[in-house]
Design a binder for this molecule. Structure first.
Ligand code: BES
Ligand code: ZN
Ligand code: ZN
Length: 493
């Protein structure tokens, strides 16, 4: 397992491999003052063989110093555009290269930017996210060479900032990587009971957990969750988690709901084989919420956070809910199910109305809700909807701080009639091919109290990457975990 540390530049051991960042067109690598003219000469050499300093570009040059054996230069692109996210991506690229070169240890001089603690957090995240691999089911996984990434500090005051950044970065990255592990896990292994057991284990780090089983869900009339569960051989669970800081006042009470479909076959409205291949990722929202709770217990921000996760499979068993069936949800509202594949909104209808019964200042939900989100925003941007402009803008601020992308879609009233049912209070689909992501959002909105500020994150297109991203190999990405953690810990502008 890769570890990230901080270490004083003055105690750099002989023969070290040092990562330095380089802006395009710049003569000196950032932080080269620590190495005198040698770093500049090495960069000249790298430029001579085509290294331009473009974003994500990495190259290696022999330094010939006693302390530094090799420099690994990482491109940051245009100097004016450099952000914390470039540091995150750059460190991930450097770590991947170091692993490919079978280096066991590298030292990184992180650019200061405006805040050394934040820069170090970004670098730590980049290292740990970039090194992530899912090898659980491989008989002979190739071991990772890289064991340690050490962030170089110039003096004691810097060391304190770097250490705090590394500590936060570790918690952030661990939350993301655990979500990735759970999502990458085969769906028959990561079933509702297993997820619930993992939440129980996570709760030991310091949050409360109440588990509602099937009999209790029946008593509470959670018809959305029970309806989706009917076709599955496995029992559903509904988890209510609570984080409160150990000390001090609470600034805000926030509810966060996550869709937890451990496998989405579509139910009787069965998905085509190809679309089903990645449907183990349909519990990403719930995995995100559970791991946020754990991270909060470690970081202890001054907020109260309630997590709600409905967890079940969506399967086409003999007793499965049928197109045309009507479900009665937690607050009594009835839903005509015309497509059993629009099941996320069914389980979330119970979760959101349950959340609105708690004493909360705002509610956020996160869900792999609609395939239409891929069409609207592609695989790098999540959809943001809601009933409160302030909450949306705070979330957007947190996303840009965390280096993740969100884009608002309008929950326009004019589309509400598309959800009108002739038999029940509402139906679960609109018109095929028409504003699918917005319709999903409008459906959820109707289960949220009008006075409750609420935001909905549709991560259907971003939770999974077939090709991999700058920060993750192919598979689960853990997208939005960092944004939500940034938001809940209040470190955004
Ligand atoms: N889990 C899917 C959404 C999804 C699609 C997630 C692709 C990740 C990648 C969701 O339950 C679903 O099937 N939605 C339907 C809704 C439709 C029937 C109104 C969809 O998007 O096709
Ligand atoms: Zn579905
Ligand atoms: Zn689904």
């Amino acid at each position: 397992m890769l570890d990230v540390l901080s270490s004083a530049h003055s105690s750099l051991p002989a023969g070290s491999n040092v990562v330095l960042f380089v802006a395009e067109k710049s003569k000196d690598p950032i932080g080269s003052f620590l190495f005198g003219s040698v770093a500049r000469k090495a960069l000249e050499q790298a430029r001579g063989v085509g290294f331009e300093g473009k974003l994500d570009q990495v190259t290696l040059v022999h330094a010939g110093l006693r302390t530094v054996s090799r420099f690994i230069f990482v491109g940051l692109g245009n100097e004016k555009e450099i952000s914390f996210d470039f540091i995150r991506r750059g460190t991930a690229a450097a770590v991947r290269r170091a692993n490919a070169l079978k280096l066991s240890k590298v030292f990184v001089r992180v650019p200061v930017l405006s805040d050394m603690s934040q820069s170090s957090q970004a670098a730590t995240e980049g290292a740990l996210l970039g090194a992530y691999r899912y090898t659980e089911f491989q008989s002979k996984p190739v071991p990772s060479a890289l064991q340690t990434v050490s962030l170089l500090t110039k003096d004691a005051s810097e060391a304190a900032l770097v250490k705090s950044g590394v500590a936060r970065g570790r918690v952030f990255a661990e939350a993301v990587n655990t979500v990735r592990d759970w999502v990458n896990c085969p769906p028959s292994d990561m079933d509702p009971a297993t997820m619930t057991a993992l939440a129980q284990k996570a709760s030991r780090s310091g949050f409360k957990l109440r588990v509602y089983k099937k009999t209790e869900l029946k008593k509470m009339s959670m018809g959305g969750i029970l309806g989706v569960n009917r076709g599955s051989a496995k029992d559903p669970f509904f988890l209510h988690m609570l984080y409160r800081p150990k000390r001090g006042p609470v600034r805000r009470r926030i509810g966060i709901c996550g869709k937890g479909i451990t496998f989405d076959s579509g139910g009787l409205s069965l998905k085509p084989a190809k679309s089903m291949e990645t449907m183990k990722d349909d519990m990403t929202g719930a995995a995100t919420v559970i791991n946020l709770m754990k991270a909060l217990a470690i970081l202890q921000p001054a907020v109260e956070v309630h997590g709600f996760t409905p967890i079940t499979e969506n399967m086409p068993g003999g007793d499965a809910v049928k197109p045309g069936d009507v479900l009665r949800t937690f607050r009594g509202k009835t839903i005509e199910v015309l497509n059993t594949d629009a099941e996320g909104r069914l389980v979330l209808s119970d979760a959101l109305s349950f959340a609105c019964r708690q004493k909360l200042d705002e509610v956020i939900d996160i869900a792999t809700l609609t395939g239409a989100c891929v069409v609207a925003l592609g695989t790098k941007i999540a959809g943001l909807m809601g009933n409160n402009a302030d909450l949306q803008s705070r979330l957007s601020g947190a996303a840009s701080q965390a280096g993740e992308k969100l884009w608002p879609l309008p929950l326009d009233k004019e589309y509400e009639p598309m959800l009108k049912s002739h038999v029940a209070d509402i139906k679960n689909i609109g018109v095929t091919g028409v504003a699918g992501t917005i319709i999903g959002g409008l459906f959820l909105k109707s289960f949220v109290d009008e006075t409750m500020p609420w935001a909905h994150l549709d991560i259907a297109s971003t939770a999974w990457s077939d090709e991999g991203t700058a920060l993750s190999p192919p598979g689960a990405t853990g997208f939005m975990v960092r944004t939500l953690l940034t938001y809940l810990t209040g470190r955004y502008s």
